[in-house]
Design a protein around this ligand. Structure first.
Ligand SMILES: NC(=O)c1ccc[n+]([C@@H]2O[C@H](COP(=O)([O-])OP(=O)(O)OC[C@H]3O[C@@H](n4cnc5c(N)ncnc54)[C@H](OP(=O)(O)O)[C@@H]3O)[C@@H](O)[C@H]2O)c1
Length: 241
């Protein structure tokens, strides 16, 4: 495979957040990038002005299968393959930080639908483009340590923890489905603790730009690792489901 890869990142419109910074890192590395958004992102348009044809901005709502399928059809007219798919988009309700007795439990299904089923919709719709990669295509589901059932100590963020646990299970089920096929690999990854709100008083140690650089290196190292645990941290350590 040449050095220039085609990389797709979902939920990439917010400049201070992880998705946008993954897009930026891959563009800086000389790759072609598909950034998916739900709505117009002025900062992505600025990148488009700099990187031109190397940046494709694609509208896609991962909660709506039709929207995902239409986006896949639209993209197939512009590129013939994808080398790396990063499922980064996430959505939580206003009750996310409440505990069991205070949270409206009716919000949970919507969060799971976007955060866990959304990446599954994307993988299914873009699978034929991933299969066309000349090397091993890589699917990364951006998960969280919050999705570990074994390590869980939280009482709040119920919908988020449940959604990431479901995303981890989806990753394993899809890895099982791909078993024996070395043309597509898949991991779920805890991306580190990151200042994705862009606030300097956020105690998280990593800026989104720093986190994106660490992840970019990790993805290259693990692309052809089919044997190990599927849930790993940004430092490349296995993390318990
Ligand atoms: N920050 C941390 O320390 C940390 C730790 C562990 C894991 N993570 C994970 O890292 C990832 C990035 O975090 P973040 O804070 O940077 O994320 P974010 O900005 O809150 O979300 C990323 C994007 O998801 C998009 N999105 C929401 N619903 C969508 C839908 N239905 N269809 C398509 N896109 C949708 C949003 O688009 P709109 O702009 O249109 O709303 C948003 O731009 C997430 O998966 C998060 O769970 C973060």
């Amino acid at each position: 495979m040449g050095n220039k890869q085609i990389v797709m990142v979902t939920g990439a419109g917010r400049p201070e957040a992880l998705g946008f910074n993954l897009v930026l890192r891959y563009l800086e590395g000389g790759n072609r990038v598909i950034a998916t958004v739900r709505k117009y992102s002025p900062k992505l348009e600025v990148l488009k002005g700099i990187y031109g044809d190397d940046l494709i901005i694609l509208k896609m709502d991962i909660g709506i299968t039709d929207s995902v399928e239409r986006a896949a059809q639209e993209l197939a007219e512009k590129v013939d393959h994808i080398d790396i798919l990063i499922n980064n988009a996430v959505s939580v309700s206003p009750d996310c930080d409440k505990g069991f007795f205070d949270a409206n439990l009716d919000y949970i299904a919507g969060t799971v639908d976007i955060t866990a089923v959304g990446p599954m919709r994307v993988i299914k719709a873009f699978y034929s483009l991933l299969k066309n990669s000349k090397g091993t295509a890589l699917i990364i589901n951006i998960s969280s340590e919050a999705g570990s059932i074994t390590k869980s100590g939280r009482t709040a963020q119920i919908e988020y923890c449940m959604a990431k646990a479901a995303l981890n299970m989806a990753t394993v089920l899809i890895a099982n489905t791909f078993k024996g096929d070395t043309s597509v690999n898949i991991f779920c990854v805890h991306p580190g603790w990151i200042r994705t709100d862009g606030r300097s008083d956020n105690p998280a140690p990593l800026s989104s730009y720093e986190a994106a650089g660490i992840l970019q290196d990790l993805f290259e190292k693990r692309r052809e690792d089919f044997t190990g645990h599927r849930f790993i941290t940004n430092e490349g350590e296995d993390y318990p489901y």
